[in-house]
Design a binder for this molecule. Structure first.
Ligand code: FES
Length: 104
């Protein structure tokens, strides 16, 4: 959920929406907001699975320190989504364990 209208500040007209793809599903995000914020606004709370126990993790610190929000972004694993801004057309995948580097 987002704050689209503030009773004192009014409506923020500066927001530009972009399209992102998360686990194969297209969704909208505000350009420049952290990926994790866009995912939370779209109802996604599980961002990665731990390597040993396979437990889900989500946003914990929100400032780029804990890596609980690590995901695969545009084929690069271990991207801390709480501090990485959204861009048009980003491909975001829930990370399992340590993630895999795709060698080309
Ligand atoms: S939530 Fe801790 S690094 Fe992103």
């Amino acid at each position: 959920m987002r704050v689209n209208y503030h009773p004192i500040l009014g409506k923020d007209e500066r927001k530009k929406l972009v399209k992102i793809v998360v686990d194969g599903r297209e969704m909208m995000a505000v350009k420049g907001e952290p990926i994790a914020a866009a995912l939370l606004a779209n109802g996604i709370r599980k961002l990665r699975k731990t390597r040993k126990k396979g437990e889900y993790r989500g946003v914990f610190c929100g400032i780029g320190r804990c890596t609980d929000c690590a995901m695969i972004v545009d084929e690069i694993p271990n991207i801390r989504t709480c501090i990485t801004p959204v861009k048009e057309g980003m491909q975001i995948i829930t990370q399992e364990g340590l993630g895999k580097w795709e060698r080309k």
